[in-house]
Ligand binder design. Sequence first.
Ligand code: AMP
Length: 426
Amino acid sequence: MLPPETELWNGVEQTAREVFGSYGFGEIRPPIFEPTELFARSIGLDTDVVSKEMYSFEDRDETSVSLRPEATASVCRAYIEHNMHALPQPVKLYYMGPMFRRERPQKGRYRQFYQIGAEVLEALQQGQGGAKDIPKDAAIDAEVIEMVMTFFARLGLEGVELDINSIGHNAPNCRPAYVAKLKAELERVKDKLEPDSQRRIETNPLRVLDSKLESEQAIIATLPRIADCLCDDCAKQYAEVKRQLDLRGVAYRENWRLVRGLDYYMRTTFEITAKGLGSQNAVCGGGRYDGLVELLGGQPTKGIGFAIGEDRLILSLQEAGKGAVAQGRDVYIAWMGEKTLATAIAAAQESRAAGLRVELPPVEQKFGKALAQADKIGARFALILGEDEVASGLWTLKTLATGTQEKLEKADMMDFLKKAKSSPQS
Ligand code: AMP
């Protein structure tokens, strides 16, 4: 990643900080690598991410460490390690940074990619939990979703679509009952499915619903739907999340095929897609994962979070023509004659302190060459400082786009430049 594109990345990250900060989230910076065991336990040994895609290696003491494929596990690990259950609950954290997965690279899919994500964690206090928490949990889920959508709106991301679903929870009368029903139905139509899906009937039947294969779509459309099998509490929670989204003016589409394969994922799941990304059009995935902190050795703790694919977010902004970033410099200081150097340095220092982007050539240049160079690097103004200007105190400013030139007193010049900085470029 190079300038000027990195300016776009910085802008996106700055907006995330502002929006997430306005919802009361603080930044966590987890390490880039962690014990392999952390990811194996939290993401699951049977997932592609852990079984095929992790960059793992033996450290000198023969423990295995891995480059992080995602950050939720690390955030939960940190929550436990730093006793965050003792802080006012819930704890709201966001992170941003590189993740690593050994996938087949293509547009929008890389082996080092960047995520911006957030998690809300809440240790269960005495007497908490159960059906009476439903409205509160639903409000938290809806607020987290509202926050991502606000972030995308602030960036001007186009064609944003939010899909939501509830995947119930891991109790006999809820998701497992649905999975059994789904499995029985899949066995019945097994012959019509492709080998990948046939295999998943055994390993992870829910994942069959993810299939994008054209030949399987008609069959999948006839399969049982989880919404019809949710237990009362999960059904109530799902209805409440939808009501809360409506209250917040967040538009969504229900998608019964949106699933997660791991036991500790529960209830709310969501995915957001955007325009201009082809087949890799998911820019954000998220969901509730009560139980993950406990699985990692902490006390019972509720959790909901999401991860945004920053590379795809940037691609989508660029495709929509929103990737333009300010280039070049505000001012090129064309100084001529050794006696003008001190004045040139002072002018550069003062303009930089005022936030202008200034190029001060290290050695004296001939007039023509200085202006050509100013043009080449995309400067808006050339401040021309010759010995005459320094002696008279009247400085020359050339506007490069129009070629117009004017003489101004030093103080007026600085005022003019400072104002020019904040006004839009002509
Ligand atoms: P996940 O952690 O798999 O739920 O992914 C969350 C988001 O991260 C996805 O919606 C993508 O936008 C992004 N993402 C995941 N894997 C990659 C990858 N290999 N390259 C680029 N973006 C990715």
